[in-house]
Ligand binder design. Structure first.
Ligand SMILES: [Zn+2]
Length: 287
């Protein structure tokens, strides 16, 4: 017996060939709604233009600094867990903290007023460093093990601090919302970092999932390199060591297990020239 015969007539037409679909008023309304949703997504994206006083740039961002900080703090434990948790040696943790704090306290990053926190992660296989919005910065033991001096560590941390002060994650969120229509905008419109009852929704969990797997574009990476050079130099570290960091990563990429840093960051070979450029033009750095 055919199931088809038991399906009500209006369902049958929907299952039928495309030409059999009634092109009536409901189709028209759907198009109008789809257009309205798309228009609102575009208008809200374009309406989210924000001036970043640290980088001096206009950017499209539709979450507040407080929301960025709250999302970063909420995502931090999950991020750490993916890389074996925190490095247990307090001395290693201390060095990462000290250099991170030194950069923030003595560079243009200070004006951003994000509550930066720096963590060494226990993972000694995955070569990576990353930042969550609002100032949570991480570096794995595996990458720490490749670095030769504190200036190189300052270069890596400076790059990640650069992502935070340039608000790259928040920009990515705005772009994702534009492409996904309004789903995310509704979530964020109702997400109040001061009210815990709004924080545990499935949508916020989804957003945190996106943050953890976030990959920045090439332009963002080059800007983070530039800012990293600026910030480390302002804090008294040798910016030329940033070039050595790129060479170290490049050499590590020949090995059995290429640095994950390179899959989340573009080819370091192409970045060295831009970094040299930044080093020669330190006067163009944000002050
Ligand atoms: Zn980066």
């Amino acid at each position: 017996m055919s199931y088809y015969r038991n399906i009500p007539y209006n369902m049958r037409t929907r299952l039928g060939p495309r030409s059999a679909r009634p092109a009536g008023r409901s189709g028209c309304i759907r198009y109008v709604l789809a257009f309205a949703v798309a228009a609102i997504a575009i208008i809200s994206y374009l309406g989210s233009k924000t001036f970043n006083p640290v980088t001096g740039e206009e950017q499209y961002i539709n979450i507040s600094r407080e929301q960025e900080i709250a999302l970063g703090v909420q995502a931090a434990p999950e991020m750490a867990a993916q890389y074996g948790g925190l490095e247990p040696d307090p001395q290693i943790q201390g060095i990462v903290n000290q250099i991170g704090d030194n950069i923030v306290g003595n560079s243009a990053a200070r004006q951003s007023e994000y509550p930066f926190q720096f963590y060494a992660l226990a993972d000694n296989q995955t070569v990576n460093a990353f930042a969550l919005p609002g100032g949570q910065v991480f570096i794995t033991d595996a990458l720490l093990g490749l670095l030769e001096n504190q200036d190189q560590l300052a270069g890596v941390l400076g790059h990640e601090i650069g992502h935070v002060i340039a608000r790259h994650a928040a920009e990515q969120i705005a772009k994702q919302q534009l492409t996904e229509g309004l789903t995310g905008a509704v979530v964020l419109a109702t997400y109040d970092p001061n009210d815990p009852s709004t924080q545990r929704t499935a949508q916020v969990a989804m957003l945190i999932g996106q943050l953890i797997n976030l990959k920045y574009g090439r332009e963002d990476e080059l800007e983070a390199d530039h800012l990293g050079v600026c910030l480390m130099a302002q804090a008294g570290y040798d910016p030329n060591q940033m070039i050595n960091v790129m060479q170290i990563l490049d050499a590590a990429s020949q090995g059995m297990r290429p640095p994950e840093f390179l899959s989340t960051h573009p080819d370091p070979g192409n970045r060295v020239g831009e970094i040299q450029n930044s080093i020669q033009n330190l006067e163009s750095c944000p002050q």
